[in-house]
Write a protein that binds this ligand. Structure first.
Ligand code: ATP
Length: 291
């Protein structure tokens, strides 16, 4: 079992922005969802975890080794799938992965060939191994990205916004692949897509303005909102009124009508009680009026 322990870390950029504010997280094997709006500080936290930048205070250890004292320790075991990775035109999936394996230090040619083919098989791109990566669909590219992140058998893989721009089928396939891999290693999934976290993660945290506002198991967090979420269909013009009068945590257009969801312990008049969703946890956390 791998173990990433983050204790009370803070970081302020030289612009004066406190991008990480006293964060503590304890992460073990499985897919961990780091959820937050754009600019919350997720990428800054990831960079600090993998030793690309140092925290001003606090400690991070990976399997017992201190990351800031010895950043190479985590780098040796790290795989990274960035939002967008460059691919060389006119290079086949096999050749590109082979090249990346050399860069990752897999020097033995036989071992490299074996690993590259096994990874192409794992991400279901074996049949397409001779095709040029730049001709791949978005989903195939992301699966190729997983293969390159898994080169060298990492123990921790960081995935940044992986499903943006994928169609539902590709997204599903990609998510299945992540959850399969996540049984043996730590995967940190940084995203603003609540649904992906719900489908994939045994544990999660919501980050906003440099702080972790809530963390835990998605099902437990949802459970805490039982019998507290109320829904009503209203006209668009009534939204300001309800926002004034009640604790509206979200509003969404469905078939031309506006549905609002309210968080309260006191049943509001003419609202319908609805089962809570992870989205309610997310919005209630980000808009904590009266909660
Ligand atoms: N090196 C830096 N120096 C100063 N400010 C930075 C630096 N890197 C990021 N920032 C700022 O820190 C804030 C958080 O950025 P960060 O990229 O960590 O957020 P994020 O949650 O990953 O957002 P996104 O999903 O948009 O990537 C932003 O306001 C960004 O402009």
């Amino acid at each position: 079992m791998n173990h990433l322990s983050i204790k009370n870390i803070s970081k302020t950029y030289n612009t004066g922005l406190k991008v990480i504010n006293n964060i503590s997280l304890d992460i073990k094997n499985g897919v961990f969802g780091l959820l937050g709006p754009n600019g919350a500080g997720k990428s800054s936290l990831m960079k600090t975890i993998v030793g690309l930048q140092h925290a001003d205070s606090g400690t991070i250890t990976f399997n017992g080794a201190d990351v800031s004292a010895n950043p190479n320790e985590i780098k040796k075991h790290l795989g990274f799938l960035p939002q967008d990775f460059g691919v060389y035109p006119k290079t086949s999936a096999y050749d590109l992965l082979n090249h990346m394996a050399i860069l990752k230090g897999v020097t033995n040619a036989n071992e490299r060939k074996e690993q590259v083919l096994a990874l192409l098989e794992k991400v279901n791109l074996f049949q397409q191994r001779k095709k040029e990566v730049y001709t791949f669909s978005g989903g195939m590219r992301q699966r190729f990205g997983v293969a390159q992140a898994l080169l060298g058998n990492p123990k921790i893989v960081i995935v940044d916004e992986p499903t943006a721009g994928l169609d539902p089928e590709e997204r599903n396939r990609f998510n299945n692949l992540l959850s399969e891999i996540g049984t043996e290693i730590i995967i940190i999934l940084s995203t603003h897509l609540v649904e992906d976290v719900h489908n994939l993660c045994a544990n999660m945290a919501v980050m906003h303005k440099g702080s972790i506002l809530v963390q835990g198991n998605p099902a437990d967090l949802i459970h805490k909102l039982n019998n507290r979420i109320w829904q009503k269909q209203i006209n668009k013009t009534e939204l300001a009124y309800y926002q004034n009068e009640t604790n509206v945590i979200s509003s969404q257009f469905t078939a031309g009508k506006l549905n609002i969801r309210v968080l309260t312990d006191n049943p509001p008049f003419n609202f319908q009680s609805v089962p809570p969703m992870l989205e309610d946890v997310y919005f209630a956390t980000l808009n904590p009026v009266n909660t």
